[in-house]
Ligand binder design. Sequence first.
Ligand SMILES: [Zn+2]
Length: 376
Amino acid sequence: MASDSEDDDPPASPLSSLEHASAHEDDARLPESISTVWEHPLIELVTVPPSEGQLNSTMFWKCLAPGCQKKFNGKNATKALAHGSQDQPYCSEQHAKPCKGIASPAAIDLFRALLANKLRKKAGYKRGSILVAAAISGAQSRVADAKKLTLTSGASTVSSAEGSVAHRQLDVASAFDKATIEGCNSADLDAAIAQMVYCKALPFSFGECPYFQRVLDVARSAPRGYKAPKRNILAGDWHDLSYKTELDRGFEELMVDAGVFGVGFFGDAATIHKCPLVNMFASSFNVPAMLVDIVDCTDRLREGEKKDGTFISNLFLPLIDSLDVMKNLTDIVFFDGGSNFQLAGRLMQVHYPRITVVHGLEHVCRLRLRTLQRLM
Ligand SMILES: [Zn+2]
């Protein structure tokens, strides 16, 4: 169904000879080419500012072709292109109405050139992804075959290359078609993992990663035709949910045996690419280092304030309050020798008397050694 709704405009009136003449005069103003449909002189995109009681502005686009002048809600470049190009198959595919106005052949050609370019690119992407998939599949099959050759050459029964290929459960064509890893034999899967580790510069221990093992386990029961989520899906809700879940799990692990061994906190300030940041870590017997938060202090510095001791302690105290309600588990904080951080540590001692504030001497040493290195 079309997502755009078309306004109830009056039917197009018969064109006067004056309108015909102006349509052809407009040809002189047509650009040679356009990269989006919104650059076409016959399409106008209008943003309506929010009225009272509304939060967001709205948009509509209008066809300026003489005799059409139709308005469509929203901002849909595909539909606008279909409408302007008057390409019937593309209009049907996109559920768009072709323009019935009188546009000059040059203006329609401009739409059609953009449409042809768009379709060419789409076909190119499709061809490219098929080629990449075929190339990866072919390369993995060769790796798997080579591995099998070494395995079978050691065996007494089959020693020829032909024999090893015959040993494969799937040929290249059927391997390309398979939608899940269920049909792979182990050499195929080993080859796929080895190539992924090589091509994506992953650590050699990647195969032992429990998260990857879990992917393999879940993939065994994945529905046929399953496709991994794309970047915009992974970067949205899935990412937020994973972050929250992992943080909660990290806190649970952090507090295991905290009554016996205590819990500590550490952090530092750093300006990275002109962004003033403070990192906050927690540590316990079971968790050597857990990144709890990275605080962006830009707003504070913009107000003319500093990352002083009070500010730093106020970052850490709510965190410690939430984990150590009885104030008897937190026994150490590590900060560098900066006066603001040492002051923050002493302020935290007021609330948590068991805290010892430690100078992170290795940080100072590293800074000094780096200075020495520069001098040498
Ligand atoms: Zn139109």
